[in-house]
Design a protein around this ligand. Structure first.
Ligand code: LLP
Length: 432
C-alpha cells in the first residue's frame, strides 16, 4: 500500500510511522517536518553489515555515506551499530567528531578538498583519506609531513562503467570530475608515485559508479575492473593493495515501479565476483568497503507538510500547495524525481485524485511532484511525502529565507527532536 514498509494506517485512519501517528507529530512539532524512523535506519545498516559478514567472511566495513543525511544523532546511531562513515566535507567531519564518532572508522572524500579540510582530517585521525587527484596527493604529503603523521589513503579511480544507461556500458574514457582515469595511465602513474611517498600510506582503491542503481551487474563489473588494476599494481610494482572500496549507489523504492534488489543479494553477488576474480588473478582477498547512503537514510524518512491553497485549473491540473517545497526537497526541480504522497489524516481512504503538489517558493518549478495520486486534499490537511530520508534535509536551503524544518526521530511509538527547526533569528544570525 505504501512504498516504505514502516508506514501503516492506525485505528484513527491516520498514517503512522514507527508506531507514531503522523498527524500528532505535525501537531506537536509543526510542519514542514522531517521524520526519521530509527528502526529502519538500524535495520538497513544491519542488513548491509550482516550480509557482508555472511558473504564476505566479515572482511569488510559498511561506511554510511553521510551526505545522504547528516546530523549528530544520525552519527550516533551509525556508531552504535558499529558501522563507519563516509564524510565528504569538513562540515560532515565536524558533525561526526562532535557526535563522538570513532574517527578511525571514517573515510574522507571530496574531489576538491581544501588544505583546511585535509589538515582537519589528519588532525582528527580519520581512518583513511580517499585521494581524488595528484595535486591533492602532493598537498596531503606536505600536510602530513608538517604534522608528523602518515595517513592511510585510497585512490579514487574512474572504472569506466556507466551504470545510468538502460543497460550499463563500459566507456573508454569517462567524462567525470571524480578520480583518476585508468585508461590514460593516469591512475597507474599516481600509484607509482604514492608507493614511494614517505608521508602517506597507500592502502586501497575506491570507485563509485553512481546512485539509485537497480542492476547488480555494473557493481560486479566495477569490482572486476578494480581487481584487474590491483593485479597490475602487484605484478608491475610488487605492491599489494589491501583495501577495495566499492562506493554506494544502491537504489531504493520511491514509487511502486521501482524494484530494488534486496541488499543481501547485492552483497552476495559482489562478494562472489570479488572472490572469483581474486582467485583468478592470484590476489589476497582485499578488505571490502561499501558506502551506502540513500539505501540507509532514504526509506527511513518522510516529510510532513500542511496543505494551504488548493487551486483547480479546469481541464489542466489541480495544484495542492504545501508549506514547504524546493527549499526542503529540491529533488524534483533538480532531477524530476518521483515521490509517493499520502494525506496523513485520510490515509485509510482511497487516493482517487491526481494532483500537482506545489511548494511555497516563488518559482513555477517548485513542485514536489506532478500527477501524484492522492486523497482529496484541502486546506489544513497534512500531507506526508514518503522516502524522503536521503538527500532532502542534506540538500535543503534557506531559499526565500525559509527556515529549515526540524528533524524528528521516531522509535517504537516515541518521538524525539534531533535537529531543531530554525528560528527567524537563525535566518539572520550571520547578517551584519
Ligand atoms: N560514495 C560516494 C563516493 C558518493 O559519491 C556517493 C554519492 C555515495 C557513496 C552514496 O551513494 P548512495 O548510496 O546514496 O547512492 N543528490 C543526489 C545523489 C547524489 C549522490 C552523490 N554521491 C540525489 O538526490 O539523488
Amino acid at each position: 500500500m505504501f512504498v516504505s514498509e514502516n508506514l501503516s494506517v492506525n485505528a484513527a485512519g491516520h498514517l503512522a510511522v514507527g508506531g507514531v501517528d503522523t498527524v500528532e507529530l505535525a501537531k506537536e512539532y509543526g510542519t514542514p517536518l522531517y521524520v526519521m524512523d530509527e528502526q529502519v535506519v538500524r535495520k538497513s545498516l544491519r542488513l548491509f553489515h550482516d550480509s557482508m559478514n555472511k558473504h564476505y567472511g566479515g572482511r569488510g566495513e559498511v561506511h554510511y555515506a553521510s551526505k545522504a543525511f547528516s546530523c549528530m544523532e544520525m552519527c550516533r546511531i551509525v556508531a552504535s551499530e558499529g558501522d563507519g562513515l563516509d564524510a565528504v566535507s569538513i562540515g560532515e567531519l565536524y558533525t561526526a567528531v562532535k557526535a563522538g564518532f570513532p574517527m578511525e572508522k571514517v573515510g574522507f572524500h571530496g574531489n576538491n578538498k581544501t588544505n583546511e579540510e585535509l589538515e582537519y582530517a589528519v588532525e582528527v585521525g580519520v581512518g583513511h583519506i580517499i585521494v581524488d587527484n595528484i595535486s591533492e596527493l602532493h598537498r596531503l604529503e606536505k600536510i602530513a609531513a608538517k604534522k608528523n603523521a602518515q595517513p592511510k589513503i585510497m585512490f579514487r579511480i574512474k572504472p569506466g562503467i556507466d551504470a545510468h544507461t538502460h543497460d550499463f556500458v563500459r566507456t573508454g574514457q569517462i567524462d567525470s570530475k571524480f578520480g583518476f582515469a585508468l585508461e590514460t595511465g593516469e591512475a597507474f602513474e599516481a600509484v607509482k608515485e604514492a608507493v614511494s611517498c614517505k608521508n602517506v600510506s597507500l592502502f586501497g582503491l575506491h570507485c563509485h559508479i553512481g546512485s539509485q542503481i537497480f542492476d547488480i551487474a555494473p557493481f560486479e563489473e566495477a569490482a572486476k575492473v578494480m581487481l584487474g588494476f590491483i593485479a597490475k599494481i602487484k605484478n608491475e610494482l610488487g605492491y599489494e593493495i589491501e583495501g577495495l572500496n566499492l562506493g554506494g549507489g544502491f537504489g531504493i523504492k520511491y514509487v511502486d515501479e521501482n524494484d530494488p534488489k534486496p541488499f543481501e543479494v547485492y552483497l552476495e553477488k559482489v562478494s562472489e565476483a570479488v572472490k572469483a576474480e581474486c582467485e583468478k588473478l592470484g590476489l589476497k582477498l582485499p578488505k571490502m568497503f561499501i558506502e551506502p547512503g540513500r539505501s540507509i537514510a532514504g526509506p527511513a524518512g518522510i516529510t510532513l507538510y500542511t496543505v494551504g491553497a488548493r487551486k483547480v485549473i479546469p481541464n489542466i491540473r489541480t495544484y495542492v500547495s504545501v508549506d514547504g517545497g524546493m527549499a526542503d526537497n529540491p529533488r524534483y526541480i533538480l532531477y524530476g524525481s518521483e515521490y509517493d504522497a499520502v494525506v496523513a489524516n485520510k490515509a485509510g481512504e482511497e487516493r482517487n485524485e491526481k494532483v500537482t503538489i506545489a511548494g511555497k517558493c516563488c518559482e513555477s518549478g517548485d513542485l514536489i511532484g506532478e500527477n501524484m495520486p492522492l486523497q482529496h486534499a484541502e486546506s489544513g490537511d497534512i500531507i506526508a511525502v514518503c522516502a524522503t530520508g536521503a538527500y532532502n534535509y542534506s540538500m535543503s536551503s534557506n531559499y526565500n529565507r525559509l527556515q529549515k524544518p526540524a528533524v524528528v526521530f521516531v522509535n517504537n511509538g516515541k518521538s524525539r527532536i534531533a535537529v531543531k527547526r530554525e528560528t527567524l533569528d537563525d535566518i539572520i544570525r550571520n547578517d551584519i
